[in-house]
Design a protein. Structure first.
Length: 420
């Protein structure tokens, strides 16, 4: 319960990917980790922790023995499905102000309706040097927006399967307006943040749900909050890294951005960020790159699908994970997950050592599933890898549902993995 409380508080206080990484940086620094730059020498001191960031939306942190011959990696991602605010954002029509947005990732659109929303992300401001503008991370901490449903009296077919149009149906309502109002979104940001509207050059801003995380169930066995996919894995990987006593290896946690849109960005898993860091760690500490790579192991940690009690027919006939029954190994014959018999056996033995239950997932053979950072990461680094996650429900809804016991399991397992 305590770990899940911490996780929900973290999510509540991290309304955008930039706040996620800010909060990780703060926690790591408070626990003695040192921020590095690529121009620095990354000579490792026993027991000391280090981290490097990219684009303010991804982070790699590590600590351990200076005499390492392998690296234990856990990878996750910082982003989740949402809506990105477009430039020239204000739509002034028929007495209403709405915001022009576009879908980011693959959200369940209907779940975003009729709930208080707001805006968070980063704003870029003028400075004396055009190549080094000022960057501010902002959170408009109020119920600023809502996407109202159309009444059933005007859309009688809504309960029979309505296809939402992302350009028409999902624009959030901001305010009432005068017909000829020329107000800009930058002016509205200025009113709510204290930033000078004339100083705003651009922004990366996203919608987020204002409702806080809550325990659910007769015995509080579930928790409901947004972005469990994938802040549940990211949070537990960072927490376990901080809390672990790493003596024989080097423990490394990576949290990439943009997994939900394919990872093909400089801050995503498809970039050279991890391979560059891996090489620099090895070479700056006079190790043999290929020896360390050969001995290393990657846990690609994303969330997994629990059996849904109302849709049991959608699950595979024999692989049917359940919430609060332990971490799930994910398999796919099409290579969408990296798990194979060897890498999964390693993970299963770690679970056995800690008396942690372990489950397995495959899609039905007639359904196409998702993928993770795992296959993308190993395309850049030839490293043994497995894809795992905790079983959750409502994946990609504005609020997802996870199990409290599973957070305890995954934290203890990650910590044991790093300390082994």
């Amino acid at each position: 319960m305590n770990i899940t409380k911490e996780l929900m508080n973290f999510i509540d206080n991290s309304p955008s990917v930039f706040h996620v990484i800010d909060n990780f940086k703060k926690t790591l620094t408070e626990n003695g980790f040192t921020e590095l730059k690529f121009k620095d020498n990354w000579k490792i001191e026993n027991g000391k922790g280090y981290f490097v960031t990219n684009n303010d939306s991804s982070i790699i942190a590590f600590k351990g023995s200076s005499d390492f011959d392998n690296i234990r990696l856990i990878g996750s991602h910082s982003d989740s499905p949402t809506f990105r605010i477009k430039p020239n954002s204000i739509v002034n029509k028929d007495g209403f102000l709405t915001l022009n947005t576009e879908v980011y990732g693959g959200p369940i659109l209907s779940t975003w309706f009729d709930r208080p929303l707001s805006v968070a992300g980063r704003v870029v401001l003028k400075s004396d040097n055009p190549f080094k503008p000022e960057i501010k991370h902002i959170n408009v901490d109020k119920n600023l927006l809502i996407i109202p449903n159309v009444a059933i009296h005007m859309n009688r077919e809504v309960n029979n399967g309505y296809k939402f149009n992302a350009q028409k149906d999902t624009l959030p309502l901001l305010a009432l307006s005068e017909k000829d109002s020329k107000i800009s979104f930058e002016e509205i940001l200025a009113r709510n943040t204290g930033i000078n509207a004339d100083d705003i050059l651009d922004f990366d801003l996203f919608l987020y749900d204002r409702q806080k995380g809550e325990f659910v169930g007769e015995n509080d066995e579930f928790y409901s909050v947004g972005r469990i996919d994938n802040l549940g894995m990211a949070f537990n990987s960072i927490k376990s890294l901080i809390d672990s006593n790493v003596t024989n290896t080097l423990a490394l946690t990576m949290v990439f951005d943009n997994e939900e849109i394919g990872s093909s960005t400089k801050q995503g898993a498809g970039s050279t960020l991890l391979s560059d860091c891996f090489k620099k760690i090895v070479e700056d500490n006079d190790k043999n790159f290929y020896e360390v790579l050969h001995n290393s192991y990657l846990i690609s940690a994303d969330q997994a699908h629990s059996l849904h009690p109302n849709y049991t027919e959608m699950a595979d006939p024999t692989n049917r994970p359940l919430i609060n029954n332990g971490p799930v190994i994910k398999y796919a014959a099409n290579g969408a997950y990296t798990s194979d018999a060897v890498s999964s056996s390693v993970f299963k033995k770690l679970c056995l050592d800690k008396n942690i239950p372990c489950q397995e997932f495959t899609n039905r053979s007639d359904k196409r599933g998702g993928s993770t950072i795992g296959p993308i990461t190993v395309s850049n680094l030839d490293i043994q890898s497995i894809d795992i996650g905790n079983a959750i429900l409502s994946m990609h809804s504005v609020r997802e549902l996870g199990g409290c016991k599973d957070n305890e399991y995954i934290y203890e397992l990650f910590k044991y993995y790093y300390e082994y």
